[in-house]
Design a protein. Structure first.
Length: 433
């Protein structure tokens, strides 16, 4: 009963926001009436649009499950885009589109796209502050600490782990035999309505997988696809790389002019530093970066390592030095702000790199790569999942596992999320060195 009550609260709040957007759009359209003619729309005439949007929200199961922010935002965008197409189609087929301002509808949906994710965050921030609105979950499994920590820290999920009066059960199937798993499922489904199972396979996102049913033998087939080997995906990723690079290029020229002067003032040497890296299919290419080290960097490093032998152990683990003596003053700033990697826009325009992708590994790291054939199937990126998942605080092995996860689960939406998170990481200087 409580679950149904909470579901209707979210539906009502979304409905009220749709109404608020109507009046906001009307005010904007009225202000633009001097530019183009406008026949005001009464709210009752636009009521069908509210219904279409809410039905598609319901179809995307936004009210049935507690999704992560990014997954829910994608579902909201899908529902709004389909609503936009349906509403325009209905108006055209019923020949009533001449009575509706097309600019009004465009502004309305543009505002919905911009504001709905923000509105959802605000509403959930307020409601999930109270325990009555939180889902109570029982987490079962030997490796449950990581999930319990996520439930505690990710307030957007609106859930809390508990051992009593729980609404749902999550079973982490790692280190659980088939017999034990079936026994746990039978045990908990006697008393609760639904149960979730986290599969033991890692680095695979099943949310976009296709599931086939072989009913005669009661088998399910789960499709696992290397999405970066699909031709259409490669085309759209390359297209996105070029468009983003061209959009950033004027900004790059301005920053390049300023940074070049600062590098020259700070120390002797060239502005750009070229280094051989591993590209797609293991092909070696030269990556562009701003020079962040002194010209006699090797001499400085050798002297430093003689005085600090423990730094060698640190490098073996993280593939970087804790206090690198080779880095210039302006170099430290460029690295902390990640501006040293900005010239890699040129590598993207040349087709050697992507905006988002695996790390461009050094040539001498090739033999240390686990599953290197998979990692080197994709173009390296200026930023990537590893940079927004701990960046330089990760060990070399942890980075590789994250790279594998990115390649196996790639999507344009994932790239968009990584780009947005990169901006946050850069401004917070999280994991910078």
């Amino acid at each position: 009963m409580q679950r149904v009550f909470i579901k209707y609260i979210f539906i009502i709040l979304d409905f009220l926001w749709l109404i608020a957007l109507f009046f906001l759009t009307e005010a904007i359209r009225e202000a633009l009436s001097e530019v183009s003619r406008y026949n005001p729309i009464e709210i009752k005439e636009f009521f069908f649009a509210f219904v279409v949007i809410l039905l598609l929200f319901y179809y995307e199961k936004i009210y049935d499950f507690r999704f992560d922010f990014w997954q829910e935002t994608l579902k909201i965008y899908k529902a709004l885009f389909l609503s936009f197409l349906i509403i325009f189609s209905l108006l055209a087929l019923s020949k009533t589109n001449i009575f509706y301002s097309r600019l009004f509808i465009l502004i309305y949906f543009l505002l919905a796209f911009i504001t709905f994710p923000i509105f959802k965050r605000v509403v959930k921030r307020v409601l999930f502050h109270f325990d009555i609105f939180k889902e109570r979950l029982l987490v079962v499994g030997k490796k449950r600490e990581k999930l319990i920590k996520e439930l505690k820290e990710n307030w957007y999920l609106g859930a809390k782990a508990t051992n009593k009066n729980y609404h749902k059960v999550i079973i982490i199937s790692n280190d659980i035999s088939k017999e034990q798993l079936n026994s746990l499922i039978d045990k908990y489904l006697k008393n609760i309505r639904e149960l979730f199972i986290i599969p033991y396979l890692e680095n695979i996102n099943f949310s976009y997988s296709n599931i086939l049913e072989y009913s005669n033998i009661r088998y399910n087939l789960i499709q696992i696809e290397n999405k970066l080997l699909v031709p259409r995906n490669i085309f759209f990723k390359n297209l996105a790389d070029k468009l983003i690079s061209l959009a950033i290029f004027p900004f790059f020229l301005l920053v390049h002019f300023i940074v070049s002067i600062l590098i020259k003032i700070d120390s002797k040497g060239k502005v750009l530093f070229l280094q051989e890296r591993l590209g797609k299919d293991g092909k070696i290419f030269k990556v562009y970066k701003y020079r962040t080290m002194y010209e006699n960097s090797q001499e400085l490093l050798e002297e430093y390592l003689r005085k600090n032998p423990k730094e060698k152990e640190y490098y073996e683990k993280y593939h970087k030095y804790k206090n690198d003596p080779r880095v210039t003053k302006i170099g430290k700033f460029l690295r902390k702000s990640s501006l040293d990697e900005l010239p890699q826009i040129l590598n993207v325009l040349k087709g050697e790199m992507s905006i988002v992708g695996p790390r461009p590994y050094m040539v001498n790291e090739k033999e240390k790569l686990i599953n290197k054939k998979l990692i080197l199937r994709a173009k390296p990126g200026i930023t990537g999942l590893w940079q927004v998942s701990g960046r330089n605080n990760l060990t070399f092995k942890e980075r590789i596992n994250i790279e594998i996860c990115y390649i196996r689960n790639w999507s344009l939406w994932l790239d968009a999320i990584i780009l947005l998170k990169t901006i946050k990481v850069v401004f917070n200087k999280k994991g910078a060195y």
